[in-house]
Design a protein around this ligand. Structure first.
Ligand code: AMP
Length: 189
């Protein structure tokens, strides 16, 4: 099973990613978490990870999107690793139409196919309140607003891309996490 999970900041992507990956026994690849780890590493060590951290920090801390070439390379390297040959769930990727197309090209190269893109539908006020309730470094009020704005501008167009390919599952995300998971699981085939 190869899945993508889409939704605004605070839509519940990471919570659902964890639940679904446990049920389906597939690894989760969380780009936001990878970038935050790289930024943390850049404060204390010298490694490939800390180089990445230095490169992406200005974007992540401002709530802006990291440039596509950096993200595409990151995902290419990750999907070539041996622990993800039989399946995965991408949390936070793709974020732009260009990334979605590049993901398809990459999968074609690897002889793989995306099973589903799951979209967690949540209203803007709920996205804002849920993000404010977290305490991540990039969850400051003005940064959250920018991330919500970018979600509508850059990520929502991807829905059409997957809908057109009959790969999109829309799920109301404004309900208890366990109900969201139960709504998704039977649809994955
Ligand atoms: P997330 O934890 O998924 O909300 O991501 C946190 C931050 O990481 C975002 O606000 C972006 O700055 C960056 N980021 C994560 N994934 C991507 C991506 N696919 N493309 C561009 N930037 C990303």
């Amino acid at each position: 099973m190869r899945l993508v999970i889409l939704g605004g900041p605070g839509a519940g992507k990471s919570t659902q990613a964890q639940q679904l990956c446990t049920s389906l026994k597939i690894p989760v690849i969380d780009t936001g978490e990878t970038l935050r780890r790289a930024i943390a590493a850049s404060k204390s060590e010298t490694s490939v990870l800390s180089d990445l951290g230095r490169q992406v920090e200005p974007y992540v801390m401002a709530g802006e999107l990291v440039p596509d070439p950096i993200m595409i390379q990151l995902i290419r390297d990750r999907l070539l690793q041996t622990d993800v040959t039989t399946g995965w769930l991408l949390d936070g990727y793709p974020r732009t139409a260009f990334q979605a197309e590049e993901l398809d090209f990459l999968l074609e190269d690897l002889g793989q196919q995306l099973s589903w893109a799951i979209f967690l539908e949540v209203s803007n006020p709920v996205l804002l309140n849920r993000s404010l309730a977290r305490s991540r470094v990039d969850d400051q009020p003005d940064i959250i607003q920018r991330r919500i704005e970018l979600f509508h501008e850059r990520t929502v167009p991807i829905l059409e891309y997957y809908e057109h390919r009959d790969r999109l599952l829309r799920v109301p995300g404004d309900q208890l996490p366990e109900n969201v998971t139960q709504a998704v699981l039977p649809k994955l085939h």
